[in-house]
Design a protein around this ligand. Structure first.
Ligand SMILES: C[S@@+](CC[C@H](N)C(=O)[O-])C[C@H]1O[C@@H](n2cnc3c(N)ncnc32)[C@H](O)[C@@H]1O
Length: 236
């Protein structure tokens, strides 16, 4: 079945998304951060094993932002790419290059079993509170085919991450234009990151409840890379 967009679905009661602040959106669109995303996404997707998928696979980039991961996949000859992001202004930034929709990840405008793979890079920590994250995972299970793959990257609740963030947030940190931007970003994501560090350990259990089995898990000091396979059970 093609990944045909349908009317947006309503999120479950009390499970609405958190919207980003204007400050965060402005920083996210800054040229230097856009360039950095272009440079790092290839490595992230490689570590997740996404380049091993057939080029005809239907791939959804969930929380696609301004589309740098979609660019990377397009350059690697993937042909059936889609993106979804809550913020229309971010989707518009890449609408000329990719098929993207402005949609809440917990209320996706796609039919059941529309995708062979869903990638979600650096966005889990934006998907709180708990009820909303659960709604997002329900939607991912619904839009993936049985046997489809979910590829996730985010920060682990790990000492290296906390030390790096504390150093960057410190007034003693070396003040380069890049560290100033990182400091602003960390300040703007303080609530999201605090939620994620306190609740992210639930992720494997939440995936298992939805019939996902972990097929690969890697860590480096600052990120985890998780690939999970949706079981053959019918969508919830
Ligand atoms: C840190 S950015 C990562 C963007 C992109 N995945 C990347 O790595 O370049 C987090 C993204 O999640 C999006 N987002 C946050 N909440 C969302 C939701 N409920 N549904 C869809 N997108 C959401 C934001 O608009 C933003 O583009």
């Amino acid at each position: 079945m093609p990944a045909t967009a349908t009317a947006p679905r309503a999120p479950a009661q009390g499970a609405g998304p958190r919207r980003e602040s204007e400050g965060w959106l402005g920083l996210y669109r800054e040229g230097r951060f856009v360039e950095r995303r272009r440079r790092v996404h290839g490595g992230r997707l490689e570590r997740l094993g996404v380049f091993e998928l057939p080029r005809g696979a239907r791939v959804l980039d969930l929380c696609s932002g301004t589309g740098e991961a979609l660019d990377t996949l397009h350059e690697a000859a993937f042909q059936r790419l889609h993106g979804a992001d809550l913020h229309p202004e971010l989707s518009r930034a890449c609408a000329a290059r990719h098929r993207v929709v402005a949609a809440d990840a917990a209320a996706l405008p796609y039919r059941e079993a529309s995708f062979d793979a869903v990638v979600c890079l650096h966005a889990l920590h934006h998907l709180g509170p708990d009820a909303h994250l659960e709604g997002v995972l329900d939607e991912v299970a619904r839009v993936l085919v049985p046997g489809g793959l979910l590829h996730l990257v985010d920060h682990p609740d790990a000492p290296a991450v906390h030390i790096a963030f504390a150093l960057l947030s410190s007034p003693l940190a070396l003040a380069t234009s890049l560290t100033r931007r990182w400091r602003r970003q960390l300040a703007l994501e303080r609530v999201e990151l605090a939620w994620w560090f306190s609740r992210g350990a639930r992720l494997p259990g939440l995936l298992a409840e939805r019939g996902f089995a972990t097929v690969a898990r890697r860590r480096d000091p600052f990120f985890f890379y998780l690939t999970a396979c949706r079981s053959g059970r019918p969508p919830r």
